[in-house]
Design a protein around this ligand. Structure first.
Ligand code: AMP
Length: 192
């Protein structure tokens, strides 16, 4: 029996990005997870949007599972002393692949906030796993300030030119803001 209702895996940038709206969305997302009694599963970094979301979630009392490979500890978890809430679990893996696997298997849903190449890699990995029927976990892109519009255009282009089935669009949803994200998660997850 867990002390949380469900787990949400958050993929997002290890940088804050150029728009203040990105940091605000990451913080709001962390707080929302705590309010709904959902556990945050994340890359354990304290940098960028990852750090913002995690600090907000921890501050608001959410349980967290951070998963990080040994070699990234100095780079992504360099913050030293950090305030905890006594509900944090840190998993240290050997490799990036192991990290992704631990994060995904411990999550009931995946949320993608703005991010860079690492975030895109994580999104496409879970999307392609869904495409070949390996899972049916919800994948939600939070389209903060329209950040993901070029990605959505690229996916449409890939479908239009015959390299993916139109059903690819049904394997994930883009939501425009935090209330829409919360509603989409509530439709899939217990608790809250
Ligand atoms: P980014 O979106 O590039 O800021 O990266 C976000 C997170 O994804 C960071 O924690 C990176 O360590 C992580 N990341 C980058 N590349 C990979 C990869 N190939 N597999 C797993 N995680 C990755």
């Amino acid at each position: 029996m867990h002390d949380f209702a469900a787990s949400v895996c958050l993929y997002c940038g290890a940088r804050p990005g150029a728009e203040p709206a990105f940091v605000a969305a990451a913080r709001d997302c962390g707080t929302m997870l705590a309010r709904r009694h959902w556990r945050l599963v994340y890359g354990a970094g304290d940098q960028g949007l990852m750090g913002e979301a995690a600090r907000a979630a921890i501050r608001a009392g959410a349980p967290t599972m951070g998963v990080i490979p040994t070699h990234l500890m100095p780079r992504e978890r360099a913050g030293g002393a950090r305030a905890g809430n006594g509900r944090e679990t840190l998993v240290i893996t050997e490799t990036m692949h192991e990290r992704k696997k631990v994060m995904f298997t411990n999550a009931d849903a995946v949320v993608v906030l703005p991010g860079g190449a690492g975030t895109l890699d994580e999104f496409f990995e879970v999307l392609t796993w869904a495409q070949i029927g390996l899972h049916a976990k919800p994948i939600l892109l939070l389209d903060v300030a329209g950040y993901w519009q070029p990605l959505l255009a690229l996916i449409n282009h890939v479908i239009d030119l015959g390299f993916a089935d139109p059903s690819l669009r049904e394997l994930f949803s883009a939501v425009p803001d935090l209330p829409a994200l919360e509603a989409a998660l509530r439709a899939h997850l217990p608790g809250g």
